[in-house]
Design a protein around this ligand. Structure first.
Ligand code: THU
Length: 137
């Protein structure tokens, strides 16, 4: 992905972060995913008084993409305000892998500091529907 596309993804994730609903943690996260056709979908974390119902920014961005018919995702940007950019949590890695194990992960922290990784390096051996098929009775 070229520099302009990465910048656009980071800009989208940074903007949506302002809408994060995080009264419990006060930790705001913005995410944006890029589909293979170039479309960008965003999500923020949405917490709940029943804490376990909280949904991370990344998974909300994936849901927006899938709802729009985009299932082939090539990159994700995750924006927080940490000095060391936050990595996607394990649950989000698994959900991201469903729609693009080869995706590029751009993590952005305070002041725009960036770190990049490939999802396959963050989640080398995901559970897949192939496993489900093999285990079907
Ligand atoms: N959170 C995300 O949105 N993405 C992650 O990858 C890690 C955690 C959110 C969930 C919760 O609202 C807050 O950050 C603190 O865990």
């Amino acid at each position: 992905m070229d520099r302009a596309a990465v910048d656009a993804l980071v800009t989208a994730a940074t903007a949506v972060r302002a809408n994060a609903y995080a009264p419990a943690s006060r930790f705001q996260v913005g995410a944006a995913v890029r589909a293979v056709d170039g479309r960008v979908f965003v999500g923020c974390n949405v917490e709940n008084a029943s804490y376990g119902l909280t949904v991370c920014a990344e998974r909300n961005a994936v849901a927006a993409a899938v709802a729009a018919g985009a299932r082939d995702l090539v990159a994700v940007a995750v924006v927080t305000d940490l000095d060391e950019p936050a990595r996607p949590c394990g649950a989000c890695r698994q959900v991201l892998a469903e729609f693009g194990l080869g995706m590029q992960v751009v993590m952005v922290g305070r002041g725009g500091v960036r770190r990049q990784a490939m999802l396959r390096d963050l989640l080398p051996d995901p559970f897949t529907f192939g496993d489900v098929e093999r285990g079907r009775q």
